[in-house]
Ligand binder design. Structure first.
Ligand code: S3P
Length: 172
């Protein structure tokens, strides 16, 4: 069964997804890249040129397409917001896939995101680390409702990347 990784921006979906795919011999799909290719533009450019609502519509549309694609075995790292809009989480649950939520504490997410915020349109304008942390805390609180509907939840708290990969494999 395909495995879909869910979690907030900076939770390690891409890094863990790539390692996991390599370890179990599945293909790897980064969902942001998938959308970028379809739209022929970076995610930041899509947000700037067409706006967030356009992005969310396309995100939902291409997700249905990807969930139906079962020819190859794959690990998919979703965008941080993907499970939280429209009917997306229900679509994931109705499909024959395993969903795994990488649950990372707010302070750790903030630490990781502070240095990379420019590539992420939703947080690019946060002016201090404290403001970013406050934003992430509220945003994650709202989104947790969706993330926690995943079939597996991995609590990330100090484990290294290969330990997290092993934890995921152990639940399969
Ligand atoms: C978003 C997360 C991003 C990307 C877009 C919106 C979000 O993906 O899809 O910028 O709403 O959390 P990552 O979680 O891979 O950064």
């Amino acid at each position: 069964m395909d495995i879909y990784l869910l979690g907030y921006m900076g939770s390690g979906k891409t890094t863990i997804g790539q390692l996991l795919a390599k370890q179990i011999g599945y293909d790897f799909v980064d969902y942001d890249q998938f959308i970028s290719q379809k739209e022929n533009a970076s995610i930041s450019d899509v947000f700037t040129a067409k706006g967030e609502i356009y992005f969310r519509k396309k995100e939902a549309l291409y997700l249905k397409e990807l969930l139906k694609e079962t020819k190859t075995k794959k690990i998919v790292s979703l965008g941080g917001g993907t499970p939280c809009y429209g009917n997306n989480m229900q679509d994931i649950k109705d499909s024959n896939v395993i969903s795994v939520y990488l649950n990372v504490p707010v302070t750790e997410l903030t630490r990781r995101l502070w240095d990379e915020k420019s590539q992420r349109p939703l947080i690019a304008n946060q002016e201090s680390k404290e403001a970013l942390e406050e934003f992430v805390r509220k945003h994650l609180f709202e989104r947790s409702f969706y993330y926690n509907q995943a079939s597996k939840v991995i609590k990330v708290n100090g484990q290294n990347e290969s330990q997290i990969v092993e934890e995921i494999i152990a639940t399969l």
